[in-house]
Design a binder for this molecule. Structure first.
Ligand SMILES: *[C@@H]1O[C@H](CO)[C@@H](O)[C@H](O)[C@H]1NC(C)=O
Length: 188
C-alpha cells in the first residue's frame, strides 16, 4: 500500500524537476562555437571573435555568447562612427563623398542607426525576446548595407576608397553572429 501512496508524489516530483530543468535550460543552453561559426558569413572572423571572450567559450551558454557579441558589435559600430566623422571632416573638397558619409552616419548613429539598434538588441536580450533580436539584427544589416552600397546615392554610387566599406562589413559580420545565436535561443 505504501508503494501506491508514494507513487503520485514521486511522479509530480519528477514532473516538477523536469519543468524546472526546462525553464532553466534555455538560458543555460550550450552550443559549440564551431557549430555557430560554421554558419557564419565569415567563419574564421566568427571564431576569433567568440574565442576572444574573457573566460573562454568552453561551456559558455548562449546568453553569455550573445552578450559578448553585442558588446563587440557596439565597440565596432562606435569605431565605425568615429571613422565616418573623420571622413566627413576631411571631405570638404568632395561634396559627393561628404553626402555619402553623412548618409552613412545616419545608418550607424545612436539616434536612428545601427548603434541605436544594437542598444535595442541589448534590451531585447534582457527581456528574453529572441524573435525580436533576430528581427532587429536583420534590420541593422539592412541599414549597414545601405551605407556600403550607397543606397542613398544609388543613381551614381559613390566609389568609396576609404576604409569605411571594410569597417562596415565587419560590423555586419558581427551582427550576423548575433543573428545565428538568436536562432538557437529561439529553438530552446
Ligand atoms: C565611442 O568612441 C568615442 C571616441 O573614441 C569614445 O569616447 C566613446 O567612449 C566610445 N563609446 C563606446 C560605447 O565605445
Amino acid at each position: 500500500m505504501a508503494y501506491f501512496s508514494i507513487r503520485p508524489s514521486l511522479i509530480s516530483y519528477l514532473v516538477l524537476v523536469f519543468l524546472l530543468f526546462a525553464a532553466t535550460s534555455s538560458a543555460s543552453k550550450v552550443v559549440d562555437v564551431n557549430v555557430i561559426c560554421n554558419q557564419a558569413q565569415d567563419p574564421s572572423l566568427c571564431s576569433s571573435i567568440l574565442n576572444s571572450k574573457p573566460g573562454g567559450t568552453k561551456g559558455a551558454d548562449l546568453i553569455s555568447l550573445a552578450q559578448y557579441t553585442i558588446d563587440v558589435a557596439r565597440v565596432k559600430a562606435n569605431d565605425t562612427i568615429n571613422l565616418i566623422n573623420m571622413l566627413i571632416a576631411n571631405s570638404d573638397s568632395d561634396s559627393k563623398g561628404k553626402n555619402h558619409y553623412k548618409a552613412c552616419l545616419t545608418n550607424f548613429n545612436k539616434d536612428e542607426g545601427a548603434l541605436k539598434d544594437i542598444d535595442y538588441v541589448q534590451e531585447l536580450l534582457k527581456n528574453e525576446d529572441y524573435f525580436g533580436i533576430s528581427a532587429a539584427a536583420r534590420a541593422i544589416n539592412i541599414d549597414i548595407d545601405d551605407c556600403i552600397t550607397g543606397y542613398d546615392t544609388k543613381d551614381t554610387p559613390y566609389d568609396d576608397k576609404s576604409k569605411l566599406p571594410q569597417h562596415a562589413d565587419i560590423v555586419e559580420k558581427v551582427v550576423d553572429i548575433i543573428l545565428i545565436i538568436s536562432t538557437y535561443l529561439i529553438q530552446n
